[in-house]
Design a protein around this ligand. Structure first.
Ligand SMILES: Cc1cc2nc3c(=O)[nH]c(=O)nc-3n(C[C@H](O)[C@H](O)[C@H](O)COP(=O)(O)OP(=O)(O)OC[C@H]3O[C@@H](n4cnc5c(N)ncnc54)[C@H](O)[C@@H]3O)c2cc1C
Length: 471
């Protein structure tokens, strides 16, 4: 082992590794403290060549590795659960190229999403991927998880924002695919296989990203409604009234607003009277589109027929930020309120009201007294279908019911033709249950890809791709 570690340390170069437990410790636990790992060695290559040398050594030795970007993943994929060598992309953090006219930027995997957004902004352009974790998560992690976030409705998931990739394979070979091409039908689109592969097929070293013109203005509104049915109806109405302009449509229940205003400083309920549900709406475009008037008009029409109870349209950037804060603070407020059981699911948009009507009571039958907090990216059909522990509940006893509650939810998601993971991935959290929800044929295709790209099973072993069950 010491010979293997010596070779790995030499490949990583000076400043490129640590065996110091205190330095490694923050990399072993994730945001929710749900997964805790262990690792004897943290490697921090600063170049693709160093990354390639490290993987070649590990592959020859059959030594498993776990890849970590910003450690904000929510399914445990980035945690070395079995003492694997940990590879951090933190030092792969340079901008390699920025083409203003072509609207593309090539960046290394360890750059944070916020730094990428900022670089695009300084060039007068927009990189639209936006997540609450953007200060810490990395572009490599975003690619590896095919991250979604708040602007998918208009710009798509990460998959739609990537033109090219540089990927280091398990055996150290480099797939150089950093092409800034919008059209490329020269055979299989290999980069797409690595997007969303959660570090199990290869390591993303760099990405060529699509940039966009910055919208001249964006207008934010917050509306109070009586039901998820009204929210779905309002979404359709907004899409028709302002085609292509809707950039966010986020749903949250009254309980989420109460948690936020109770726990997050500087937030307040924008309305005098409570309502059962709320949506945050963002529209963006050219000033000539007169978005404020269009949005106000659409909301007034919706109020006229009872779809909307009340609405506020932000009159300044500060007011818009205050409204966004209500939505973006839900996860943090839920955490401060105590333990919660969480599900990241997607459904056909129109099925969401019926799903909520059926799935909430089903979970409450398993976990009596739990407090439902279903919020999320309604425009994308993505719900964070969460339940907080009963107000005076015992957190460990509540959390012990996670698996049963999750199976109840996921079975119902299948019944409604949805997905058990909308944007967070499979990782360690859902790998055991995936065979219940994917066909044998899909699972076999996943295993065949894994075997082709990582025949020695060294990349994030045991995550994302379920093993064949031997009876
Ligand atoms: C507060 C909060 C809000 C969030 N909001 C959203 C949201 O709205 N939408 C959303 O999609 N996600 C969200 N997430 C989840 C998370 O931020 C994303 O999954 C993000 O893309 C992970 O990036 P990371 O750099 O932190 O990756 P990590 O957590 O380090 O890793 C995640 C996975 O990617 C793999 N990986 C990381 N880097 C590479 C690489 N270079 N090559 C190959 N594999 C790699 C890891 O092995 C692991 O399997 C949120 C998380 C938090 C904590």
């Amino acid at each position: 082992m010491s010979d293997l570690f010596d070779r790995l340390k030499a490949a990583a170069g000076p400043g490129g590794y640590t065996e110091d437990g205190a330095e490694i410790a923050p990399h072993l636990e994730e945001w929710r403290s749900k997964y805790k790992g262990r690792s004897p060695l943290l490697l921090k290559p600063a170049t693709t060549a160093a990354l390639s040398a490290i993987l070649a050594i590990c592959n020859r030795a059959g030594a498993p590795v776990v890849i970590q970007g910003g450690n904000t993943g929510l399914v445990g994929g980035q945690i070395p659960l079995h003492g694997e060598v940990l590879i951090s992309t933190a030092r792969l953090n340079r901008i390699r190229a920025l083409d203003r006219d072509g609207m593309t930027m090539t960046v290394e995997a360890g750059m944070t999403l916020a730094a990428v957004q900022q670089a695009a902004d300084q060039a007068g352009l927009l990189f639209p991927l936006s997540l609450a974790s953007e200060g810490s998560c990395t572009i490599g992690g975003n690619v590896a998880t095919n991250a979604g976030g708040t602007h998918v409705l208009r710009y798509g998931m990460t998959r739609a924002l990537v033109l090219g990739l540089e990927v280091v394979l398990a055996d150290g070979r480099v797939l150089e695919m950093l092409r800034a091409l919008h059209k490329d039908n020269s055979g299989y689109d290999l980069k797409q296989l690595f997007i969303g592969s959660e570090g199990t097929l290869g390591v993303v070293a760099a990405a060529t990203l699509r940039l966009f013109p910055k919208p001249e203005e964006s207008i934010v509104a917050f509306a109070a409604l009586s039901s998820p049915e009204a929210a779905v109806a309002l979404l359709g109405r907004m899409q028709s009234a302002m085609p292509g302009m809707l950039s966010a449509f986020e749903l949250m229940p009254r309980r989420a607003l109460e948690f936020v205003t109770a726990h997050i400083a500087g937030t307040r309920d924008p309305f005098a009277a409570p309502a059962p549900w709320y949506v945050l709406i963002e529209v963006a475009g050219a000033k000539s589109a007169n978005l404020t008037a269009a949005l106000e008009g659409a909301l007034a029409a919706a109020a006229g027929d009872g779809t909307v109870h009340d609405a506020v349209v932000a009159a300044s950037i500060a007011q818009a930020q205050d409204l966004w804060k209500l939505r973006e603070s839900v996860s943090e407020a839920q955490k401060r309120e105590g333990a919660s059981i969480k599900h990241d699911i997607s459904l056909p948009v129109a099925a969401i009201p019926a799903f909520l009507a059926k799935a909430v009571p089903a979970v409450l039958a398993v976990v009596p007294g739990a407090r439902p907090v279903s919020f999320g990216h309604l425009g994308d059909g993505n719900l964070h279908f969460n339940f907080n522990a009963p107000a005076a509940g015992d957190d460990p006893a509540f959390l012990a019911q996670w698996d049963e509650a999750q199976q109840t939810v996921h079975d119902m998601v299948k019944e409604f033709s949805g997905s058990i993971s909308a944007e967070h991935g499979i990782g360690a959290m859902k790998v055991a249950s995936l065979p219940r929800y994917k066909s044998h044929e899909e699972l076999d295709a996943m295993r065949a890809l894994k075997a082709a790209f990582d025949p020695k099973n060294i990349l994030n072993p045991g995550k994302t791709v379920p093993p064949v069950l031997r009876l």
